[in-house]
Design a protein around this ligand. Structure first.
Ligand SMILES: [Zn+2]
Length: 272
C-alpha cells in the first residue's frame, strides 16, 4: 500500500463523524475459526453448509446440534486477533469523540464482543444464543457441551459412530420447548430489525470499511451502494480483491489482524 493512500485514508478517518464497518469470515479465520466453506467445508461426511439449514434440522436436529456443539467447542478455544481489537479501540475512541459507529458482522463466533465491541449488529445471529421453537425466546447459552448428552460428541472425524439423539436430549427452554441455534441458516430470512439497524448505520456514513468479506451476498452487497449514495468513502481490507474492490476508494490487501492495527492508529493526540 502506498503511503499516500494510507495517509488519505487516515485523514478521512479523522474527519469522519459517522463510520460503518462490515466484517466477515476473513476476520475470524485469522483467529482460527473454521469457515466450513469451500475445500475445507466437510464435517464428517457432510458438506457442513448443508447442516446449517432448516431441512437438516427437520431431518435430524440432534445431528445439527452435534455440528453446532463442535463449532462452539472450536470457538471456545479461539481468541480475538489484533484486527478485532483494533476495531474495538476505534469504536471506543470514536464514541468518546461523539461519533456514530456501527459494526455490522456476518460472523457468529462472538469474537468482536470478546474484544470489546459495543454497538454490534449480528446479521447471522450468534453461536452463543439459542432460540425456543415454542415461545420464540432467545437466550444466552455458553454451555459446552450444549446438554450433558452431547459431552464428547460433535467430533468431525468421519469414522465417528453416529448415534441419533432423542428429543429429550436436545436443549430445552424453561417453557418446555426445544431450542435451536439462534443463527440464520441457508434459506432463512435475516431479522428485519437487524437489517434496519445495519441500514441505519450505513446510510449517511462518511466512511464504510469492508473487512474480511467479499460482500457479494445480500444484504452485504447492498451496503456499498447505500453508503455511496450520500458520498461515503469506501475502504476494503481483504486478503484478495473482491466484487466490491472496483467501487472502493481505498484498497488495503492483507489480513485484518495485520493491516488494521497500524491503519486505524491515528495521530498520537487521538490515540487511545
Ligand atoms: Zn420457550
Amino acid at each position: 500500500m502506498s503511503a499516500t493512500s494510507r495517509e488519505r485514508f487516515q485523514s478521512s478517518l479523522r474527519r469522519a463523524r459517522k463510520i460503518a464497518v462490515l466484517t466477515g469470515a476473513g476476520v475470524s479465520a485469522e483467529s482460527g475459526i473454521p469457515t466450513f466453506r469451500g475445500a475445507g467445508g466437510l464435517w464428517r461426511r457432510y458438506q457442513a453448509t448443508s447442516l446449517a439449514s432448516p431441512e437438516a434440522w427437520q431431518r435430524d436436529p440432534g445431528l445439527v446440534w452435534e455440528f453446532y456443539n463442535h463449532r462452539r467447542e472450536r470457538a471456545l478455544g479461539c481468541r480475538p486477533n489484533p484486527g478485532h481489537h483494533a476495531l474495538a479501540r476505534l469504536e471506543a475512541r470514536f464514541r468518546e469523540a461523539g461519533g456514530v459507529f456501527t459494526l455490522i458482522t456476518q460472523n457468529i463466533d462472538g469474537l468482536h464482543e470478546q474484544a470489546g465491541a459495543r454497538d454490534l449488529v449480528r446479521l447471522h445471529g450468534s453461536l452463543w444464543q439459542v432460540r425456543c421453537l415454542s415461545c420464540g425466546s432467545v437466550t444466552e447459552n455458553r454451555g459446552v457441551p450444549i446438554t450433558p448428552a452431547f459431552a464428547g460428541s460433535g467430533s468431525p472425524d468421519p469414522e465417528t459412530r453416529a448415534r441419533r439423539f432423542t428429543a429429550a436430549e436436545l436443549p430445552h427452554c424453561s417453557c418446555g420447548g426445544v431450542q435451536r441455534p439462534h443463527v440464520v441458516w441457508f434459506g432463512e430470512a435475516l431479522k428485519e430489525s437487524d437489517l434496519a439497524a445495519a441500514a441505519a448505520g450505513v446510510d449517511g456514513c462518511d466512511l464504510l470499511l469492508v473487512v474480511g468479506t467479499s460482500a457479494v451476498v445480500y444484504p452485504a452487497a447492498g451496503f456499498v451502494p447505500l453508503a455511496k449514495r450520500h458520498g461515503a468513502l469506501i475502504a476494503e481490507i481483504n486478503v484478495e480483491p473482491s466484487a466490491v474492490t472496483s467501487l472502493c476508494d481505498f484498497v488495503f490487501t492483507g489480513g485484518a489482524g495485520e493491516i488494521l492495527p497500524s491503519l486505524l492508529d491515528l495521530a498520537p493526540a487521538l490515540a487511545p
